[in-house]
Design a protein around this ligand. Sequence first.
Ligand code: ZN
Length: 263
Amino acid sequence: MAYSNIAYEIDGAVARLSHDRPALRNAESQELLDELDDAVRRATADPAVRVLVFDGKGEHFSAGHDLKQGAEKRSGFSVEQRWAYEELYYLEYALRIWDCPKPTIASVQGACIAGGFMVANMCDLIVAADDAFFSDPVCHTLGAAAVEVLIHPWVMGARKAKEMLFMGGRMTADDAYRIGMVNKVVPRASLEAETMAMARHIGKAEPFALKLVKRSINRTLDAQGLRTALHAHFDTHQLSHVSEAFKAARDRGLANAIKKAKE
Ligand code: ZN
């Protein structure tokens, strides 16, 4: 697959998968998500790649799903069509990152919102620039029950997850670090260098050992119910898509929602 919405670069043992629609705040269109998933499979299959870095070109990591494209292409979807679309594009693609047998690092600057928040939090580690902020505002903006993959309580604890979703506001990089959602906060100017240094260091460890230890930690979370909870929320999220509140938000026009999300 040729990429026009992401960049795929190999640097030694590190593959960099970059959202590359900077003029659109790296909004995740259908095409971008297809390309990102293809790149995840490619890096996973490449024996020379030991670590995957997910980042974004330009000022932001990603402002989330491409709502404009969604309004144009999918606003008339039936329950069945939306379910199938979101199961593949959001749930399966996200879990492919989570289940990648190689270590993954998200390198985040600027906006990391909703769908972008979901992708970043599928990674094993997050390095954030001091200007990064995290948000899932869709309870407020769209009348939707969070994004499709409710990773929030697993990466920030239930209380902070509720605050983020109830309030719809922004969490700063420093706050994300303090609650353990982010591994490291670095100056914006050194984000790339710091992330790559971390990735190269991880890449020195035995790949098989890394694969096994990642499996064990992910299985620990599975034993606590992570996968069951994520699938249960996916169903719940679909229910919110057929609520009167969601339909009203859709009818008001998603442009309004986008404007609200930017505020
Ligand atoms: Zn959805």
